[in-house]
Design a protein around this ligand. Structure first.
Ligand code: KG4
Ligand code: ZN
Length: 393
């Protein structure tokens, strides 16, 4: 089955085409085409993602990205197409709220044969709704014109599945996953522990009561006058600190909710602690920023690990997944790898490769495959900024 997947939930416009084989026990994926355009440079100026701008950029980028991905997958065949008036009118309606997109869409599709794909997958949420809508309406328009079934994907399921995928030569394999699977999902909008007892059925074990961990990284980075997105910048400074053989920081930050009996998190207090610290000492030297970045990253990693180990005990999980943009963090990856080896050697740890950790369309295709295999096709998709994986336990 060939799946074309579209991701526009935040500040990355991404399309991928995957050849998918197998079933829920053993699936094999080959990436035929994959294009990703990051809007980081555009949002940098605002210190964060600006939704209206993200929407505009997605609308501008989707057609060129689609063309590039089809071409890479060798599925682009030019041929003049006749689009009936009725079809034209229906698609114009679907794309009515995406200025500029309809024009580029018709120009492209009227010169391109419907590609030999079997389904279209699109992120329905969670994310920024204006951004999600562009991808959704684009996917609906393509599905309508090319007469392809459509699947709505939960972005967080994509993060989980990309962690479960292991690279084997040119392919990605998802096989023999031992359940229960516990997933620690850490991104710009999420910090949650989710349990998958049965394949693709989720239960919420814990979540942040305030800020997401990626948000805390980004806000603290902004306080330190580091560019957006702040996560990789803080990580870079903290790693430089460690490389110098330093261990103790001259700053001490709290580990919020470390000893509380739940698997919930809180990062607002950590962020505020940095704010107070900077009130007393507004001008930090580069050296001091490294100290602070190091202490902040350690505090985050301590809390994430403590809560995850609590959840591992509670659930008896056989597999632990790290997913979401923050799982690209070198220190967090290292802490989890070491702790799992020493404390839970019988539990398999799955961390996505650095390129699959942050948002991309390959992960949407993986989730799309399982949903399409279950024939969970939809005729209509709505953006849901707060789409959740699991009911609260
Ligand atoms: O999953 P993702 O790409 O987008 C969302 O769905 O939110 O996650 C983005 C978040 C941002 O907050 C970014 O600062 C953070 O992931 N991030 C990192 C690193 N790379 C990305 N945080 C810490 N260390 C990193 N290396
Ligand atoms: Zn994400």
């Amino acid at each position: 089955m060939k799946i074309l997947a579209i991701e526009t939930s935040c500040d990355e416009t991404a399309i991928a085409i995957l050849e998918c084989k197998g079933d829920e026990k053993h699936a094999e994926f080959t990436v035929l085409g994959n294009t990703l355009l990051s809007q980081i440079e555009i949002h940098k100026e605002y210190g964060g993602v600006f939704p209206a701008l993200a929407k505009r950029e997605h609308a501008k980028n989707l057609v060129p990205i689609l063309e590039a991905t089809l071409e890479e997958a060798e599925l682009l065949h030019e041929d003049t197409q006749v689009i009936s008036e009725e079809m034209h009118a229906n698609i114009s309606l679907v794309l009515a709220r995406e200025p500029g997109l309809a024009e580029a869409f018709f120009e492209f599709v009227s010169e391109c044969e419907p590609p030999r794909i079997d389904a279209i997958a699109v992120t329905a949420g969670p994310g920024l709704e204006p951004a999600l809508w562009v991808g959704i309406n684009f996917a609906r328009a393509l599905a309508l014109l090319w007469k392809k079934p459509l699947v709505a994907v939960n972005h967080m399921e994509g993060h989980i599945l990309s962690a479960l995928a292991s690279e084997q030569g040119e392919s990605l394999l998802i096989q023999d996953v031992q359940t229960p699977v516990l997933a620690l999902l850490i991104s710009g909008g999420h910090t949650e522990l989710v349990l998958m007892k049965n394949w693709l059925k989720y239960e919420l074990i814990g979540q942040t009561r305030d800020d997401a961990v990626g948000e805390a990284f980004d806000k603290v980075a902004r306080m330190l006058e580091l560019p957006y997105p702040g996560g990789p910048e803080i990580s870079r400074l903290a790693e430089e600190f460690r490389k110098l053989g330093n261990e103790t920081s001259k700053f001490t930050l709290p580990r919020p909710m470390l000893h509380d009996a739940t698997c919930d998190f809180s990062f607002a207090g950590l962020k505020t602690a940095v704010l107070y610290l900077l009130k007393d000492k507004p001008e930090l030297s580069v050296e001091e920023k490294k100290h602070l970045a190091h202490e902040f990253e350690n505090a985050v990693a301590d809390v994430l690990w403590k809560k995850t180990s609590r959840a591992l005990e509670q659930t008896g999980a056989q597999t632990l997944v790290l997913g979401g943009g923050v799982s690209a963090n070198t220190h967090i990856r290292r802490v989890f790898t070491e702790k799992m080896r020493s404390e839970y050697p019988h539990v398999t740890l799955c961390i996505p490769s650095a390129t699959l950790a942050t948002d991309n369309a390959i992960m949407i295709a993986l989730a799309g495959f399982y949903r399409a295999s279950r024939e969970e096709f939809v005729t209509d998709v709505r953006a849901n900024g707060n789409l959740s994986l699991a009911p609260v336990r």
